[in-house]
Ligand binder design. Structure first.
Ligand code: SF4
Length: 171
């Protein structure tokens, strides 16, 4: 168990919820919108281990249900920018099958993402038009979040592809 990582993830989810509640008239993020999930993600081992711990905490029946879902083929789809991609290994029926344990990056998608070092703002075109950019207090500072995550990861920068993690969890 990694309490600081869980706190960081909860804080990111809390920030997202706050932004979504404020811009509920514009943001289309909801269960079933999976445009952010047509992506081949990898995560630091600390986050992969949290997903493993969560999976191990499930009943064996639930684990087997998930394994059955995960054995189905990845779907082809379009992300929010219209680019064709394969789905994340954990996306099934347009829903995240590891939602409770989803990594930090997944908790931020849909909010305005500010990359401080590049002085660049990324917004989902389904949520915000370029002429209606939300105020700065609603921008999520991705560099700061990644710095905190890297501190929790420690010296090793090892990452795990979510597809490989899913494959491991099948056995
Ligand atoms: S882990 Fe879940 S939320 Fe993240 S990309 Fe995969 S399906 Fe989507």
């Amino acid at each position: 168990m990694n309490a600081p990582l869980k706190t960081l993830q909860a804080n990111a989810s809390g920030f997202f919820d706050k932004v979504q509640n404020k811009h509920v008239d514009k943001m289309v993020c909801k269960a079933g919108c999976s445009k952010c999930c047509y992506v081949d993600l990898s995560v630091f081992t600390v986050e992969a281990n949290l997903i493993r711990d969560w999976f191990q905490s499930l009943t064996s029946d639930r684990q087997n249900e998930l394994r059955t879902l995960w054995r189905t083929e990845l779907k082809d789809g379009e992300n929010a920018n219209g680019k064709k991609e394969k789905s994340c290994a954990f996306l099934k029926d347009e829903m995240c099958t590891i939602y409770e344990a989803r990594p930090l990056i997944c908790r931020t998608q849909g909010a305005p993402l500010f990359f401080q070092e590049l002085n660049s703002l990324d917004v989902c075109p389904l949520n915000f038009s370029q002429s209606e950019i939300p105020p700065r207090e609603d921008w999520l500072n991705v560099d700061r979040l990644n710095t905190l995550l890297a501190m929790l990861q420690g010296e090793s920068q090892e990452r795990v592809r979510l597809f490989d993690l899913m494959t491991d969890l099948l056995s």
